[in-house]
Design a protein around this ligand. Structure first.
Ligand SMILES: Cc1cc2nc3c(=O)[nH]c(=O)nc-3n(C[C@H](O)[C@H](O)[C@H](O)COP(=O)(O)OP(=O)(O)OC[C@H]3O[C@@H](n4cnc5c(N)ncnc54)[C@H](O)[C@@H]3O)c2cc1C
Length: 324
């Protein structure tokens, strides 16, 4: 698909003047000359000028744009494609519109989260500055508030997915319709919650708005107890043979091949798990007296990988102590 900018809304008088000038510039159109001088003067392509790049969190900023022509309008929840020339190539990405539809100065904003190894988000956050030219695509998207509004609203968002939710929530607030809204948002840390202060302030001001912040670096998605119950249920279910066969055996195969423990070698079927800031080991341990135990160990810490020996010691302990 060839991406191109939207056709801007040009005032009637200016369009007539350009039509009149056509006779003098044939075979090219006046617009071609104007666009060559400055793309912002073009009446064929919608453009805008960045007026501010405002940090929201350590890894997200709001980019405020002044459209070169009158803004055609949008409804909260919609997005547009934005183009920029990076190293001589025009690139496009979609961003939700975070400005209000009727901004008093006709400004437009998008809020961008930095993507490691990305192309346009680092450019917007690290290189674009006030005065930089951007190309504006058509306003798109059908995501919006239902009409009529339901009695209760549940919003679920995570990371940069907060942007359209913020636009909708602000619309509800503006129109005094925050009657029964529950909002669950996941962010890695409280400081990385884009618009976190705005939503917290809303909760303090509007009794009809209830915010649940899920801080994924601190709150576990599943508790060790929950995982243990799941393993117990699976053990007495029809999937037990397949599950057991899929789990590495300590000191024998898979990720547990290198386990050096003499105590637990061959005695446990366990799955290792590693994520940033987390290490886990869970599965089934056979004890020397013939019992079978469910074992779950989860470590949440930036240096979790260093605690692997503690998890291995837990397996040894379960093999020996579980027999008693
Ligand atoms: C409707 C819509 C609305 C959106 N709204 C927002 C918003 O409000 N805010 C926001 O921050 N984002 C939003 N996005 C996402 C946004 O469009 C971009 O995708 C995002 O900013 C990343 O773009 P980028 O150019 O930085 O990264 P890209 O260069 O597109 O790269 C993204 C990731 O893919 C990897 N990658 C790139 N090319 C390859 C390849 N060839 N093979 C394998 N991996 C590759 C990169 O390493 C990187 O990790 C929205 C997207 C859509 C569709």
């Amino acid at each position: 698909m060839v991406e191109r900018a939207a056709t801007p809304k040009v005032p009637v008088l200016r369009r007539r003047l350009l039509q009149a000038a056509r006779a003098m510039t044939t075979p090219l159109l006046p617009d071609d000359y104007l666009g060559l001088l400055d793309p912002r003067w073009s009446t064929r392509e919608a453009t805008g000028t960045i007026v501010e790049v405002r940090p929201e969190t350590d890894e997200a900023s709001t980019v405020v744009i002044k459209p070169s022509h009158e803004w055609a309008g949008h409804t909260p929840g919609q997005y547009l494609r934005i183009g920029a020339e990076i190293d001589g190539v025009r690139r496009w990405r979609a961003y939700s519109i975070t400005s209000d539809p009727e901004h008093p100065e006709g400004l437009l904003s998008i809020t961008i989260k930095y993507v490691e190894d990305g192309l346009m988000s680092p450019w917007f956050l690290r290189q674009a500055k006030p005065g930089t030219l951007v190309f504006l695509g058509e306003v798109e998207g059908t995501f919006g508030l239902p009409d009529p509004l339901p009695a209760k609203i549940l919003s679920i968002s995570a990371g940069s997915g907060i942007t359209p939710v913020m636009a909708l929530q602000r619309q509800l607030d503006r129109t005094d319709n925050v009657t029964d809204v529950v909002h669950i948002h996941s962010a890695r840390t409280p400081g990385l919650f884009i618009f976190g202060d705005l939503f917290r302030e809303l909760q303090g001001r509007r009794p009809g708005y209830l915010l649940h912040e899920r801080i994924t670096s601190e709150q576990e998605r599943i508790t060790p107890q929950g995982l243990a119950r799941m393993l117990q249920t699976a053990y007495v279910s029809g999937v037990m043979p397949e599950l057991m066969a899929s789990l590495p055996i300590t000191g024998v195969d898979g990720t547990l091949r290198r386990s050096k423990s003499r105590v637990s070698q061959g005695w446990a079927h366990l799955k290792t798990g590693s994520l940033r800031d987390a290490a886990a080991l869970a599965g089934y341990v056979h004890t020397t007296s013939g019992k079978r135990l469910v074992m779950v160990g989860v470590i949440n810490h930036p240096n979790a990988a260093a605690a692997r020996p503690a998890l291995e010691a837990l397996v040894d302990w379960a093999v020996k102590e579980g027999s008693k």
